[in-house]
Design a protein around this ligand. Structure first.
Ligand code: ZN
Length: 357
């Protein structure tokens, strides 16, 4: 009898304890350490994002590293967002206006500065010529040495932007310079290279650049995962004339004259592909369509810009109901649609607007 009583008491105690646990607030679960995602390679390194911008919004991947032998070009995912023998990752910003405002370059990991160059001018290679940058293709650059034989290199920085000197210790995320247009480049971007004991490593899968794409066991080096970008729609701008090779990276105008001869919308993309469908639209201040063009892209290109526009209407561009107080805001839209076999298409759209005064 006693035994039965004791068992009954034990069961009641157990049930009460379980209920109590369920009712009481539980002690806060410890967030799993990020180290749970650490790449599992010997002497691994974790890289933080090396720019002070938002990937896909204010900066974009222009090119990945080339993983193909010979003259082929293949990025780590076996697609073609690279150029032959490109040995690093290019992070682009929207235009030269952004460069002038300043987009900081950040140390991807803690370490010691080994080399700095900072006196090269921010001039496109198209204007400066290859001879002028021979041996200085990196332009203004920085080399940082980390633990276990890892180094990171940052190229094409803005003139005099490096904030550190050889021998300085840097912390991951520390500002070390700004994105520029120095060395072998024709648009503002930062070329980022990673090496382990001198061997170039692709940070997107942790493999040497000499190894094949679509690695069986990818071990990305990024502390925060970075998804593959099949293409990057960088900007949409409105202007009064089509862009030229000289003006294509200029900052867009803030306002335009309503007497301008034409209005043109331009989209710029990295990773353009045959079959991509573009739609370029300009809308009047009342939202109605002023011009619309649909275009199918004919060739694969690392960089492409497409524009469309219309001449000034007989009455000029509507400057607004009450110019100066209620200005005419014209809108440009670019939509790119890419069909993917057995999958939903990838669609990217950007809009911009401008005041016609
Ligand atoms: Zn590059």
């Amino acid at each position: 009898m006693r035994l039965r009583y004791s068992i009954l008491l034990l069961i009641i105690a157990l049930v009460t304890a379980l209920l109590w646990r369920g009712l009481m607030p539980q002690p806060q679960q410890k967030t799993p350490e990020r180290s749970a995602h650490k790449p599992e390679i010997a002497g691994g390194i974790r890289l933080s994002f090396p720019l002070a911008c938002t990937l896909g919004k204010s900066c974009w991947i222009a090119r990945y590293s080339d993983r193909a032998e010979g003259t082929e070009k293949t990025d780590y995912s076996c697609q073609h967002r690279t150029q032959d023998n490109h040995r690093g990752t290019d992070f682009a910003i929207a235009d030269l206006g952004q460069m002038r405002t300043g987009v900081s370059v950040l140390a991807a990991a803690s370490g010691t500065v080994k080399g700095v160059r900072s006196n090269e001018p921010d001039i496109s290679i198209k204007a400066r010529g290859k001879d002028a940058i021979e041996g200085k293709e990196c332009g203004n650059g920085l080399l940082i040495e980390h633990t276990d034989g890892w180094t990171t290199q940052y190229c094409h920085l803005k003139q005099n932007s490096p904030t550190v000197k050889p021998g300085d210790s840097v912390k991951a995320g520390q500002i070390i310079g700004a994105v520029g247009l120095s060395g072998q480049t024709e648009y503002p971007h930062m070329h980022f290279a990673v090496r382990k004991n001198g061997t170039r490593i692709d940070p997107f899968d942790g493999q040497p650049l000499t190894s094949a794409c679509n690695a069986a066991k990818p071990t990305p080096l990024w502390a925060e995962p970075i998804a593959y970008s099949p293409f990057a729609l960088v900007s949409v701008t409105l202007s009064t004339a089509p862009p030229t090779a000289k003006t294509r990276w200029d900052a867009p105008a803030k306002t335009l004259s309503h007497k301008a001869p034409a209005l043109v919308v331009t989209g710029r993309v990295f990773g353009s592909q045959k079959g991509d469908e573009w739609q370029l639209v300009i809308r009047k201040p009342d939202g109605s369509v002023f011009s619309r063009q649909k275009v199918a892209i004919k060739n694969d290109r690392q960089f492409w810009l497409q524009y469309n526009g219309r001449k000034k209407p007989a009455t000029g561009f509507a400057p607004g109901v009450w110019p100066g107080v209620w200005p005419g805001v014209w809108t440009g839209e670019v939509t790119i649609s890419r069909s993917i076999k057995d999958s939903t298409p990838i669609i990217k759209k950007l809009t911009t607007s401008i005041v016609m005064k």
